[in-house]
Design a protein around this ligand. Structure first.
Ligand SMILES: NC(=O)c1ccc[n+]([C@@H]2O[C@H](COP(=O)([O-])OP(=O)(O)OC[C@H]3O[C@@H](n4cnc5c(N)ncnc54)[C@H](OP(=O)(O)O)[C@@H]3O)[C@@H](O)[C@H]2O)c1
Length: 262
């Protein structure tokens, strides 16, 4: 049984993606909010359990999906688990060194960083495993996340940088910003969103699928002396790259703050 502790945003997206993939192992969700459990049960036919200890007892794989500031309390409440269990923390910023040992020596820990895009089956999940995490159990964790998209195994030292770079919020944020600026130029919201969505998504698909370098695509789409070139130059001189770098640094600082949570 795969047991999710926390039935919020990311659990709902993962469960939706697993259902879409016709994942067969039973799924159970524990959350402190009865209404969220009922909703998940109704929408995704998952088993639900409002008693934390009973939920944990049923787990072959435990997915810790509460917010970072709730992780420590949740793990303390569980106490020692005296059988071999794979625990996967989704909590951004909390390192394996803080998780290891919290549920006793029988529990092996991994971290995973999916995004809500896994709902569609086209997500990406970064994984990192604690030392001595058995090879066969690694495959098991990879198989689980491969059901909802691609999987990347990366060193834990790179996890925060991945987390802050990978968020699907970047896409939505870019879309909202570009469409908002287009509306100010007089486009209706609908046309602005459509144009902005095509500009962002089609360009990225062309890069992902075409085997053409990013430099070549940039050069193709922006004729020297042309409109796109003028727009990019104005964005760059207004600090576009600086602004993105600053955003990523703020995210990294927040992730490091999570690592210090007690
Ligand atoms: N959302 C994402 O895109 C995303 C992506 C990757 C990783 N993550 C990670 O996944 C974790 C969950 O994020 P989320 O966005 O899904 O958060 P969320 O929507 O707030 O969901 C967390 C759920 O856990 C419940 N909860 C908290 N403490 C609990 C406890 N002690 N016992 C039982 N239930 C408890 C919360 O209840 P209350 O509402 O009452 O607090 C809430 O229903 C975070 O650590 C985050 O870093 C999120």
């Amino acid at each position: 049984m795969i047991v999710f502790l926390g039935g919020g945003r990311i659990t709902a997206a993962l469960v939706a993606g697993l259902r879409l993939a016709k994942f067969e192992e039973p799924i159970l969700v524990h959350d402190r909010n009865a209404d969220k459990l009922q909703r998940l049960k109704k929408e995704y036919r998952v088993a639900i359990e409002s008693d934390l200890r009973r939920a944990v007892k049923l787990a072959r794989v435990l997915v810790v999906a509460v917010r970072p500031n709730a992780v420590r309390g949740l793990l303390q409440e569980i106490g020692e688990v005296k059988r071999s269990v794979t625990a996967i923390s989704l909590a951004a910023g909390i390192p394996l060194s803080k998780l290891r040992g919290t549920l006793g020596p029988s529990v092996r820990w991994a971290r995973a960083m999916p995004s809500p895009v896994c709902r569609s089956g086209h997500g990406l999940t970064a994984l990192t495993f604690d030392r001595r995490f058995p090879r066969s159990a690694r495959r098991d964790v990879m198989n689980l996340f491969e059901k909802v998209g691609s999987v990347l195994q990366i060193p834990e030292s790179k996890f925060d940088a991945f987390t802050v770079t990978y968020s699907s919020s970047h896409g939505y944020h870019a879309l909202a910003t570009l469409a908002g600026a287009a509306e100010k130029l007089g486009l209706t919201r609908k046309v602005a969103l459509t144009a902005a969505a095509h500009a962002l998504a089609d360009g990225i698909v062309a890069w992902r699928e075409g085997g053409i370098s990013l430099d070549a695509l940039l050069s193709e789409s922006a004729t020297p002396g042309g409109i796109a070139r003028a727009a990019m130059a104005a964005m760059d001189s207004s600090g576009y790259a600086r602004s993105i770098a600053r955003g990523l640094r703020a995210g990294m600082a927040r992730a490091r703050g999570n690592a210090r949570l007690e």
